[in-house]
Design a binder for this molecule. Structure first.
Ligand code: SAH
Ligand code: ZN
Ligand code: ZN
Ligand code: ZN
Ligand code: ZN
Length: 492
């Protein structure tokens, strides 16, 4: 058993990858992941399988001890559950429906807001009691505006890029010469690519969307959408769907591929890194063997909060974090602007050389010639550390006692002999000696860090109560789960 996973540094859960040849049981979201509870002294608990995609048992109730004998009856019940969660139509059927729908006169093109489906004339009566709207040709090309974003805070909340961020990403990738964009959990990016192709004043780009939200299958051809789970690299459409990805990854001269992923923040970093590596391997196998190319990695853009940096770099050391702040349309906290709203903590992690990704000067980003990368306006180069130290966009300051740069709000504490918030639980006062400026990423409490969070210790508990509510306001678009959250995810 390879013990790679979410490293334990307190109480919590680790994800283990099963040995070669040993298969995990499946839930409606494909193969489950194997978890192990780890106690504070490193004591290990009984291992169990749980859903890879859903952090909340309300969304997927699958649970099985590793050594559990499963009865025939529960196998059948599980199978029934999997069947019931299958999409109503095959992708081919969805395609035919779409083409039929697009050919209808405007007043017959109805979208049911309650069922989130395009409704064909023969089906109108079945939705007559539902809220429906007509769909123009332009709206049909913007499914991310038509579909209501999934609001499930824990596993599948959808936060759509602001126009500013989506355009920045696309312009940056286009100017770097990428002509094929693999969109993993980035439906709005795929949409923008298709929009731009229509404008015809630029070289067309190809895109393929991989997403677990199969409502998008209604709008795209088979070679433009794969129903996919990025936590276990599972293709719901089986080999046919896998082949779509393989074909997409094939590069012909002048058609460089790049992958852009924006996973749920509550997601486990290691399983994501694992899936992205597998996609990179697929790409590598498809490449015409050029000398020295066998080691190359698929260019990757992974969008995630800055406080996951240590964890992400541990899993994928070839990535570097850029200063660019990614923001969202439908996230109340992480919107761009000077209106006193919080700055977005979401960043770009990429293996594209940082000096090549030009960040917009009109937003204050500038090039640091010493670091050879673009940095945010307040991120001043520190000659002692010899880097531009800020992670959060604020101006950090150097502490000579710690010999590193720290957040502006921190003070050096002699008792703890390190920098911390002035009101940290100080060793001299008998506290635990751990400042928690940003509090707990799991529950939002300022009293402890995530690795000491009491909520995390309970296996897959459903969350309610004030703490959980606080979490969903604070933590992120996809609030971190109480358990099974990536280690190293503490705010710096
Ligand atoms: N900013 C992106 C959307 C990010 S929201 C945009 O504007 O395009 C996260 C996306 O990941 C959603 O589209 C969601 O459906 C998808 N997603 C969530 N869990 C997933 C999983 N397990 N596998 C694949 N996609 C997933
Ligand atoms: Zn309906
Ligand atoms: Zn610098
Ligand atoms: Zn410094
Ligand atoms: Zn200090």
């Amino acid at each position: 058993m390879e013990r790679t996973e979410e490293k334990s540094d307190g109480t919590g859960l680790e994800v283990l990858f099963p040995e070669e040849g040993k298969t995990a049981p499946c839930c409606a979201h494909g193969p489950t992941l194997l978890f192990e509870k780890v106690g504070s002294g490193g004591a290990r608990g009984r291992r169990f399988y749980a859903c890879s995609a859903c952090r909340d048992r309300k969304d997927c109730s699958f649970f099985q001890w590793e050594d559990e004998k499963v009865s025939e009856a529960s196998v059948l019940a599980r199978e029934a559950e999997i069947q019931s969660k299958r999409p109503r139509f095959t992708q081919e059927e969805y395609r035919i429906r779409f083409l039929t729908f697009a050919a209808l006169p405007l007043d017959e093109r109805k979208f049911c807001e309650e069922c989130q489906v395009l409704v064909l004339p023969a089906e109108h009566s079945a939705h007559s009691a539902h809220r429906t709207r007509t769909v123009s040709a332009a709206q049909l090309r913007r499914p991310s505006l038509l579909l209501s974003p999934l609001g499930n805070k824990k596993s599948n909340a959808q936060y759509l890029f602001s126009e500013r961020s989506a355009c920045f990403l696309l312009d940056a990738l286009a100017s770097l010469g990428y002509r094929k964009v693999l969109c993993v959990g980035t439906p709005r990016l795929q949409e923008l690519i298709k929009q731009r192709n229509l404008q015809q004043n630029q070289e067309p780009m190809q895109s393929l969307l991989l997403d677990i939200d199969y409502r998008y299958a209604q709008f795209y051809a088979q070679d433009q959408f794969c129903h996919y789970n990025m936590f276990n690299h599972h293709f719901f459409g089986g080999q046919a769907s896998r082949t779509v990805l393989e074909n997409f990854l094939e590069e012909v001269p002048g058609q460089k591929v790049v992958m852009v992923a924006d996973p749920p923040f509550g997601g486990l970093v290691r399983p994501l890194a694992n899936s992205f590596s597998l996609i990179s391997q697929m790409w590598r196998r498809r490449r015409r063997q050029e000398p020295g190319d066998s080691e190359a990695d698929l260019p990757l853009v992974w969008i995630f909060p800055y406080f996951f940096e240590p964890r992400i770099l541990e899993c994928l050391p070839s990535l570097a974090m850029l200063d660019y702040q990614v923001d969202y349309d439908n996230h109340p906290l992480y919107k761009h602007g000077k209106t006193g709203r919080r700055q977005s903590p979401v960043r770009i992690f990429t293996n594209i050389p940082a000096q090549d990704v030009v960040l917009p000067a009109e937003e204050g980003y500038r090039f640091c010639s010493l670091c050879q990368r673009y940095v945010s306006s307040l991120n001043k180069h520190c000659s002692a550390c010899n880097l531009c130290p800020s992670k959060d966009g604020r101006q950090w300051k150097h502490c000579s006692a710690c010999s590193r740069c720290v957040k502006p709000s921190w003070r050096h504490c002699l008792a703890c002999s390190r920098c911390a918030l002035p009101d940290h639980p100080c060793r001299s006062a008998g506290g635990r000696g751990g400042a928690a400026e940003d509090g707990c990423f799991s529950c939002g409490s300022l009293q402890h860090k995530q690795n000491a969070c009491p909520l995390r210790a309970r296996p897959r508990s459903s969350s309610s109560g004030p703490r959980a509510r606080r979490r969903s306001q604070k933590a992120s678009r996809h609030a971190a789960p109480p358990v099974a959250q990536s280690r190293g995810a503490r705010p710096l």
